[in-house]
Design a protein. Sequence first.
Length: 115
Amino acid sequence: VQLVESGGGLVQPGGSLRLSCAASGFSFSRYDMSWYRQAPGKERALVAAITSAGGSTNYADSVKGRFTISRDNAKNTVYLQMNSLKPEDTAVYYCNAKRYGYVYWGQGTQVTVSS
């Protein structure tokens, strides 16, 4: 099982980034997918989630209206489009796959929002 995040980097406040998470080794289309983030000194927290078929999404209040989660089951990939980025969005972003008692994590990708 592998979840490989990409697309992180350094961006100025107000900018945008698109994170990708490529999955392999499991039945991606059967899993609910999420993005979490962990800032220095803080606990890992849910950012956005999407159900297996993509019919339902939910977001942390802090990112509603700015971030969009989506998935392409044909490509085994989940995305996080991040717009209007703020310094407080700086964190390591992790991809998560969950189905019943099975949970998988990616290695994370750093997002830094700074001028």
